[in-house]
Design a protein around this ligand. Structure first.
Ligand code: AMP
Ligand code: ZN
Length: 113
């Protein structure tokens, strides 16, 4: 575990249970505990990054890896139309300080706020 105080590091380490839908050596995808749509999954790197603010040319390959898993995760969950988003900073709605991408689908999604 990279950060004992980080909720998603603890989920990635298996210390806190999650409803996993996909896992490999670099990342984990699990269902959001408070879903905003019928399909609401969080995709996280296992390595701790606090958010988009931490990304650099040296550590961002995991983002491409995470996005490359999206089509298969969406197919597994039965959605063809979906939204992938990330919040960076409190004013943008970030509440967990570990980089994560929301995968939302299963209903008609409104315009971005
Ligand atoms: P954000 O507000 O963009 O930082 O997203 C954090 C998301 O994490 C929210 O949608 C929460 O519902 C979700 N969340 C918080 N705790 C847990 C948990 N233990 N398991 C799954 N999802 C969680
Ligand atoms: Zn973390």
């Amino acid at each position: 575990m990279e950060n004992k105080d980080c909720l998603f590091c603890r989920i990635a380490a298996g210390e806190i249970p999650s409803d996993k839908v996909y896992e490999d050596e670099q990342m984990l995808a699990f269902r959001d505990i408070d879903p905003k749509a019928p399909v609401h999954v969080l995709l996280i790197p296992k390595a701790h990054l606090s958010g988009v603010r931490d990304l650099t040319a040296d550590n961002s390959a995991v983002v491409a890896h995470i996005f490359a898993t999206v089509p298969q995760i969406a197919a597994k969950l039965g959605v063809t139309d979906y939204r992938v988003l990330t919040n960076n900073g409190a004013d943008a709605g970030q509440t967990v300080q570990h980089l994560h991408f929301h995968l939302l689908g299963g209903r008609t999604l409104g315009e971005m706020g």
